[in-house]
Design a protein around this ligand. Sequence first.
Ligand code: NI
Length: 215
Amino acid sequence: MVETSGKKILFDPFISYNDLAKGINIYSIKPDFILLSHGHSDHIADCIAIAENSQARVVCNWEIHEWLNHRGIKHTHPMNTGGKWDFGEFSVKCTAAQHSSGMPDGSYGGNPMGFIVTSNEGNFYYSGDTALMTDMTLIPKWAKLNFAVLPIGDNFTMDASDAAECAGMINCIKVIGVHYDTFGYIKIDHEKAKKTFADKGAELLLMNIGETITI
Ligand code: NI
């Protein structure tokens, strides 16, 4: 979750089914917005429960918006790749992501996306699950970034080396790593990943579960 300009924006909630996050009570999380990058269960598992409890507005692609609407979550805002919307305190632009997006029940989940969030307090890029791709070189045309949130776990997404390459493409030296250690397929060597970034003049931040930092 990122708090900016007085709003709490929760991304891809996967908590109660995540062995690493067992100690967190999802009902203690009260976001104003939930942004969903794609339909995979390790990104939306707790979305309905948190959205019902908090009444947060859920921002996602059209197909996930319909899927949620059919399950009783009506306070959604549908978007799609390339689109931008001003939510008042911040704006969201949806970027392409090179991944897939099937829903947990097997239904079609549309295309995966990333998000550029801009506000008076600063700008950041949340890539979602994605491979490294040259489309990322477009991102500096849309925002000067204060930080980025990038997957580094390999196997399903970029590894730390590709994410460090992405940091160069998006012109951002401060990166919060995500999508690692949760499952056997994506366990990583933390120090090696940090060194990969440092060698390219960038900084990789690996946060502890439940930790808060100020950027
Ligand atoms: Ni995924």
